[in-house]
Ligand binder design. Sequence first.
Ligand SMILES: [Zn+2]
Length: 184
Amino acid sequence: MATPLGHALAGVALGSLATGRHDLIGPRADLALFAALAVLPDLDFIPGLLSGDMAAWHHGASHSLGAALLCALAMALIGRRRGGAAIWWAWAGFMVWASHVLVDYLTLDTLPPHGVPLFWPFSAEYFRTDNWVFLDVKRGLSMAVFWHDIKAAVWETLILAPLAAWGAWFRLRRAAIAQMETEA
Ligand SMILES: [Zn+2]
């Protein structure tokens, strides 16, 4: 798994890219929504935490394109309730959830289960790349683990922050222009 920071940055980048000029809630709120949604798949460690084995459910069904489709469906329903364009809510939901699956697919994975069950529920097979881009997050209280995880977070930031910044800049600039036009 990658760090929550890396997932949030990837979510902002992919969410902004997917929705382009279409706001869901608003330019700023959407960035927060994308970041929050992108870390949700990792909450699958919570049932394991409660049962004493953190990895029991981790990297399970939530790390799949099937889960991204379920997220799209949930987002479409939320969008429709809010009176928005359900199709853009669904598309953003799919892309942001899929960004998490993609980043974990591209991450060095040293703990079982290795990779992500990409095609759940149609296949239980796990997929991972041998050409990983991001470092794994280690768990433990030693300084070696601490520095390893800092290195992983810095590396993710170096790669993903420029993409997230571009997405945020695009949205916030457009909002600023729209505000100037209404004030003029
Ligand atoms: Zn994950």
